[in-house]
Design a protein around this ligand. Structure first.
Ligand code: C2G
Length: 131
């Protein structure tokens, strides 16, 4: 079984996230999503998700391309995740290009083009201005 893993917050789930997950899943036949916990978001990524970890987990688990959701609690857990789950391919959007090349000794590393013109930040901003 070829396993794929990807990481993210997936807040205000939108079609850009779905596009990424669909393409990531095509690199194998089992997709793991390491979902940023609320503590990781606030302490390490300095952003506060609108939906809680549990709410985001239930959303991501409902996506047909996703087979398993695990918590992302530390930047440094990727290598142990890849070894623990025997992952073949690591996939991220290309806003991360180059950042995870150190994983290339352990698995395939793929950066996929982001879906343009959609982001959770933009959704928030537009909702704010449409009072
Ligand atoms: N994404 C995308 N197109 C968009 C928005 C997001 O392809 N319009 C991708 C991102 O590139 C990422 C994934 O969807 O691969 C999840 O996006 P975020 O939740 O914003 O992920 P991020 O905050 O970058 O977290 O350790 C890695 C981090 O957890 C990545």
């Amino acid at each position: 079984m070829k396993k794929v893993i990807t990481y993210g917050t997936f807040d205000l789930l939108h079609y850009g996230h779905i596009n990424l997950l669909r393409r990531a899943r095509q690199y194998g036949d089992y997709l793991i999503v390491a979902l940023s916990t609320d503590a990781f978001n606030e302490n390490q990524k300095h952003k506060k998700a609108y939906f809680s970890y549990e709410q985001r987990k239930s959303l991501v688990e409902a996506i047909r391309y996703v087979d398993l959701v695990i918590p992302e609690q530390r930047w440094e857990q990727k290598l142990s995740d890849i070894k623990h789950f025997q992952v073949d391919t690591f996939v991220m959007g290309d806003d991360w290009t180059g950042k995870f090349d150190f994983l290339k000794d352990y698995c395939e590393v793929i950066y996929l083009p982001r879906t343009p013109e959609i982001s959770s930040t933009q959704i928030r901003q537009e909702l704010k201005s449409h009072k």
